[in-house]
Design a protein around this ligand. Structure first.
Ligand SMILES: Nc1ncnc2c1ncn2[C@@H]1O[C@H](COP(=O)(O)OP(=O)(O)OP(=O)(O)O)[C@@H](O)[C@H]1O
Ligand SMILES: [Mg+2]
Length: 159
């Protein structure tokens, strides 16, 4: 029987917009050990990018703060926690609604949470006004079953 695979990494960086690319690439590099498809990796990058951008723009606004990312791998699933200790969200249900944005003047479209939800299997948002926000996203990486692949190849050869 295959051993249970577990791994974890933590990342901490300043809320500068240049660090958004750093965060998304670093999480993708960590996720690569699960052998994701290009699409799955792109989904993870986009979701991380949306969550980190939210910490920078809404969490800390014009000031600078620390963004933390904790990423865990548990069997074939990746769990990504992204948190700030900034403004917090007053009404989480409203914030998660498609097209809702508190900054329409900054050309925000209010689609960040909707994008995270569509690219990841699960998105949990915890927030306390004045204390900060934590977004926990989970995605199962669908491993290609080698045996099935072989069977499919065989059946194609003999028909
Ligand atoms: N880390 C955060 N700290 C404080 N408020 C947040 C945070 N993340 C999201 N919000 C609030 O939730 C709202 C919705 O976020 P969402 O990412 O869906 O849209 P947006 O950031 O406004 O626009 P877009 O992501 O499309 O540029 C934001 O407008 C903001 O009010
Ligand atoms: Mg956003």
């Amino acid at each position: 029987m295959k051993d249970l695979y577990e791994n974890e990494m933590k990342l901490e960086f300043l809320s500068k917009s240049n660090n958004e690319a750093f965060a998304r690439i670093t999480v993708a590099a960590f996720a690569a050990q699960l052998d994701p498809t290009i699409e799955e990796l792109a989904d993870i990058k986009t979701a991380v990018s949306e969550a980190v951008t939210n910490c920078i723009i809404h969490g800390y606004e014009d000031r600078e703060g620390i963004i933390k990312i904790r990423t865990k791998i548990f069997r074939d699933t990746i769990i990504i926690e992204i948190s700030d200790t900034g403004n917090g969200i007053e009404n989480i249900d409203k914030a998660r609604e498609p097209l809702y944005t508190s900054k329409p003047n900054l050309e925000r479209s209010g689609m960040g949470f909707t994008i995270m939800e569509s690219f990841m299997d699960d998105v949990k948002v915890e927030s306390i006004l004045g204390l900060g926000t934590k977004v926990t996203m989970t995605k199962k990486i669908k491993l290609l079953n080698k045996e099935k692949e072989e069977e499919l190849k065989d059946s194609l050869l003999f028909t």
